[in-house]
Design a protein around this ligand. Sequence first.
Ligand code: SF4
Length: 405
Amino acid sequence: MYTIKTTEIMKKVMKDYFLSLESGKNKVAWCTSVGPAELLRSFGFEVYFPENHGALLGATRTAMDFIPEAIKCGYSGHICSYTTADIGSYLKKQSPLQKHYGMKGAPKPDIIAYNTNQCREVEDWFTFYADEFNCPIVGIQPPRYLDEVTQDEVDLVVKQMKKMIPVCEKVSGRKFDLDNFKKTVELSKEATLLWQNVLKTSTAKNAPISYFDGTIHMGPIVVLRGTQIAKDYYTLLLAELEENVKNNVGFITKAKTRIFWEGMPIWGKLRMMSDLFANNDSAVVASTYCSSWVFDKFDENDPWNSTARAYTEIFINRSDKAKEKMLTEWLEEYNIDGIVYHDTKTCFNNSNAKFGMPQRLQKITGIPSLIIEGDLCDLRFFSEGQSITKIETFLEQIEDIKVLN
Ligand code: SF4
């Protein structure tokens, strides 16, 4: 059976990370997954990511125990299920962090920072906690849905980021240090480029890392960006995967089809989905989701502009036209036969099947697609039997098309 050996190291990296949050050595900042973690780390904060906790609640299938608690507080069951699961977990004072890492739960925040480059939901979600903990909250709001990001938008985001400095200084008790910021951006860039190369190993005919494995191995690039630990981890992972490519070893022997996954993972069904594709000789080799933490524009010599630009240019924050261009390039690079869109019930921000994109993209690329309905955490919105039938039929159709061509 194909396994990625570095996974064992990743488990330790993640455990050490979580335990460090409770060490009490440094102040704790809560942050959205796409930043501005780099700026926060430059002040010496330990950085905790509620979205990562949301994913944990989804993957452990505990989310549905907690969502009703948030609903009782007035948060709709149709909004982001990371938000509702996480708030419910807080209200119930229960978290998988207790069982898995022996922690008390999520660490108490000293400061909270959000970035609406992914959605407005994070601002609402984090504001709930700022009120609960009576804690300072700061945020940046990059302009959204742009075809092209110009210097005007970058300037605006730089100004917003700089406004965070006095609050961070006050809470951390440290003066802003440009050299620290540059160093953090440099480490973040190096880890993110390694992560990009990790993902790109699956452009190989025998792809060594699936999208499903990618969702697990992306843990450190989300929570430890800007640290040497993340850089070291991805150096090891990349070396293992490159060796596998050299030896022509992939996660599926002789895949009949290569699939691109568009949208969020269905966290509670990762294993089931991974087995489903594998049992149908289909390799899911790439995704928009795993690529979301590639910030190849980071530049330590221009830390403000480059981070502001990277945060604004990310896939989720762009117009459909820009997204279609990015997708077209990925589809070609990974030699994709079909796209599966996960139409995520509680996150329209990360669902691209609602405004005609599958049809437009098929016209541009000729690559067929399938839409499945589901959710990141709330499995009430996912029909397993129906999805299996749809996916198996789709894969058969693609195989037929390939034979005919
Ligand atoms: S992008 Fe979607 S899943 Fe992520 S925090 Fe926002 S609404 Fe929730």
